[in-house]
Design a protein around this ligand. Structure first.
Ligand code: ZN
Length: 300
């Protein structure tokens, strides 16, 4: 009897409410794109993010559930700029017919320069894929995602446009707030040592230098000799703050702090958002957290 009642109630719902049952299936390759997609799509979309908070989007190994999500999707959102090298094979093998949106379309890519953090897939002159770290670029991502949703689901175009406008206004405010926070720091102090390879666009957009520690790889724990080299570099270049997240031994960090007087920065988020109760559950929170952390470390 209950089932019959539900069916009858469903039959008399207006057409607009019935559409709720068929949301636009969207796949985003990693959490930051997923957050943009949810903000633009709102309650019209069902977003699946492939790379979770602890995964590495650069070297991800897709699961069979990922292939299934791509097969069902009508829209797949990717970063591009060489970030998701594992994706084309996944899309091909999944056999779906989704439209792909390259979120960085129209962005001016920056190349990795000498003196930046290098790693296996990141040599001098290679394209830096971390374009979302500039908020102006994030606005281009959001516009591309909006246009992709409008193209595959024109019936809900007005909703996507309205949601995107509201979110873009928040990004404009965010960009202004980051500029204000950096403007309050003296120009000589706007440099940090970091093993992160993801802040090139942030550095260029907001005029903060991210200096690679000399002779340290991003993959291994630094040796005692590496620490001595870093300490000499901090003193020589008068660097006020360090963000060295591959040093897991807190005694080494305390040694650097006590011998140089540099501030030990804290956690910066680059390629992945945190869980809902973490410090960076959304893109806007991530940029605000990073800016606050950097500004606090560089304040006099
Ligand atoms: Zn990265």
């Amino acid at each position: 009897m209950i089932l019959v009642g539900v069916a009858a109630a469903w039959a008399i719902l207006p057409a607009s409410a019935q559409q709720d049952a068929t949301k636009l299936e969207v796949v985003a390759t990693f959490s930051i794109l997923g957050d943009f997609a949810r903000n633009v799509g709102g309650d019209r979309v069902d977003v699946t993010t492939l790379v979770g908070p602890n995964g590495d989007v650069h070297v991800y190994t897709p699961t069979t559930a990922d292939a299934e999500a791509i097969r069902k999707a009508r829209l797949v959102i990717v970063n591009g700029l060489g970030l998701e090298g594992w994706l084309p094979r996944l899309v091909k093998s999944s056999g779906g017919n989704a439209t792909t949106v390259v979120a960085t379309h129209g962005i001016v890519p920056r190349k990795v320069a000498a003196g930046e953090i290098l790693s296996r897939d990141r040599g001098v002159g290679s394209v830096d894929p971390h374009a979302w770290q500039s908020v102006a670029n994030a606005e281009i991502y959001v516009a591309n995602i909006r246009d992709g949703m409008v193209a595959v689901d024109p019936a809900n175009a007005a909703t996507y446009r309205a949601n995107a406008s509201a979110y873009l206004a928040k990004l404009e405010t965010l960009d202004r707030d980051v500029r204000e926070a950096v403007a309050s720091l003296s120009i000589e102090r706007r440099k940090v040592i970091s093993t992160h390879d993801a802040f090139g666009y942030f550095a260029a957009a907001y005029d903060i230098r991210f200096v690679a520690p000399e002779g340290v790889s991003t993959e291994t724990e630094p040796s005692a000799r590496d620490i001595a080299t870093i300490i000499a570099q901090i003193k020589k270049e008068k660097i006020p703050a360090v963000f060295l997240e591959n040093i897991s031994d807190p005694r080494l960090m305390r040694q650097i702090a006590s011998e140089t007087g540099a501030a030990i920065g804290g956690t910066l988020y680059s390629d992945s958002l945190t869980a809902k109760d973490g410090e960076a559950p959304g893109y806007i929170e991530m940029i605000r957290h990073n800016t606050r952390t950097i500004a606090r470390a560089l304040m006099e």
